[in-house]
Design a protein around this ligand. Structure first.
Ligand code: NAD
Ligand code: TYD
Length: 370
């Protein structure tokens, strides 16, 4: 079958990538979707069982740092679009092992860019109809101050007058955000130097089904279920801006098709939460759904040594995306968190498959000495 487009989605077996792959495979039967993933600890093909037999879906196990392989894939599949999500993504791991982050996030992105450049420049139409879309994070902008710790009249965000805009100067603090910043710069440099049609988006914290349980929300849901301690870093006062993952995938679809080349778009839901407040929402929701009395799991909250260099506050201004392309989040947070908690409780087998084996060693090493 001749496909209308041939799109590589890197990191498609991970958390956000699996939602993007699912959306594209189902919504565009005339596109061939090539999921390119190394299957690191964070990659899990069980995230995609519902679409794995679709005629327009191909899975390729490969490392984005393998330049020859990237070149081969560009040619084999006549690739005309890349949506690049593959990355090392966890801040705590980056603090322990920054090299892996520089390798995958910086060198891997460069290897993919160069393979795309060489292939596209070899074609008669060159860059026409091509697109390299790089998925990045708001963490590259650094951290905002928490000047309004009490929040609004309902005790909710915004927790300060300032936001991250597309024009905010990069100021990454963690090895993770530094490596993502490096990759973002390479993507923009490939546009400015070679004319590659690139787009970069910077999104806030995502939550939802299929997130690896080293991240706050799935980790805490699972720990509550097993009556394990909930390790709150520092005083739990750090603020994050949370977006339901399916809304991020919807934004990626829209921007891939309608975003302007060489532009940057911020993606976020104007949904700031202090960690300790979101933890209370999680506890309340899990307890209710498990039939526990209200407050039953509050005793699991355990304050631990703060993360090194812990960014105080992230808050995205996504008005450019709203005004130019008409995107808005479809879910209110209350609905999103209810769906999320239900999903993890209903999919205990998915969680158990991950948390058995190697995961336990990782989890113990993470909290040693805290
Ligand atoms: P994840 O850790 O869940 O998944 C990453 C995926 O990339 C995994 O499937 C892994 O196997 C794959 N991968 C890692 N190294 C690879 C390599 N060398 N070659 C090929 N594949 C490799 O990450 P996520 O949370 O889904 O994040 C996806 C992207 O979105 C990342 O680029 C991240 O920086 C960005 N992002 C994440 C968030 C968030 O809240 N999770 C927010 C904004 C942006
Ligand atoms: P995380 O999910 O790791 O995302 P990020 O660091 O990219 O924002 O963490 C979200 C927030 O929760 C962050 O402020 C760190 C905090 N946190 C804890 O307090 N305890 C934990 O066990 C984890 C994993 C995170």
């Amino acid at each position: 079958m001749e496909f209308k487009r041939n799109i590589i989605i890197t990191g498609g077996a991970g958390f956000i990538g699996s939602h993007v792959v699912r959306l594209f495979v189902n919504k565009y039967p005339d596109y061939r979707i090539i999921n390119l993933d190394k299957l690191t600890y964070a990659g899990n093909l069980a995230n995609l069982v519902d679409i794995e037999n679709s005629p327009n879906y191909v899975f390729v196990k490969a490392d984005i740092c393998d330049y020859e392989k990237m070149t081969e894939l560009m040619n084999t599949y006549n690739v005309d679009g890349i949506i690049h999500l593959a990355a090392e993504s966890h801040v705590d791991r980056s603090i322990k092992d920054p090299f892996t982050f520089a390798r995958t996030n910086v060198m891997g992105t460069l290897s993919l860019l160069q393979a795309a450049k060489v292939y596209w420049e070899s074609l008669p139409e060159r860059y026409e109809g091509k697109r390299f879309y790089h998925i990045s994070t708001d963490e590259v902008y650094g951290a905002l101050s928490l000047t309004n710790p009490a929040g609004d009249e309902n005790g909710r965000g915004p927790y300060g007058p300032d936001f991250f805009f597309e024009t905010t100067k990069y100021n990454p603090h963690s090895p993770y955000s530094a490596s993502k910043a490096g990759s973002d710069h390479f993507v923009r440099a490939f546009h400015d130097t070679y004319g590659m049609p690139t787009i970069v988006t910077n999104c806030s914290n995502n939550y939802g089904p299929y997130q690896f349980p080293e991240k706050l929300i799935p980790l805490f849901i699972n720990n509550i279920r097993h009556r394990k301690p909930l390790p709150v870093y520092g005083k739990g006062e750090n603020v994050r801006d949370w977006l339901y993952v399916v809304d991020h995938a919807r934004a990626i679809d829209l921007i891939f098709h309608e975003g302007k080349v060489a532009e940057t778009y911020n993606i976020g839901g104007f949904n700031e939460w202090k960690n300790i407040d979101i933890i209370h929402v999680i506890i309340k929701t899990v307890d209710r759904l498990l039939g526990n009395p209200e407050g039953h799991s509050l005793d699991l909250i355990t304050y631990v040594t703060d993360r090194m260099g812990h960014d105080l506050r992230y808050a995205i201004d996504s008005n450019k995306l709203k005004n130019e392309l008409g995107w808005e989040p479809s879910l209110q947070f209350e609905e999103g968190i209810e769906k999320t908690v239900r999903w993890y409780l209903d999919n205990q087998e998915w969680m158990d498959n991950i948390t058995s084996g190697e995961y336990e060693k990782y989890y113990e090493s993470m909290y040693q000495g805290r």
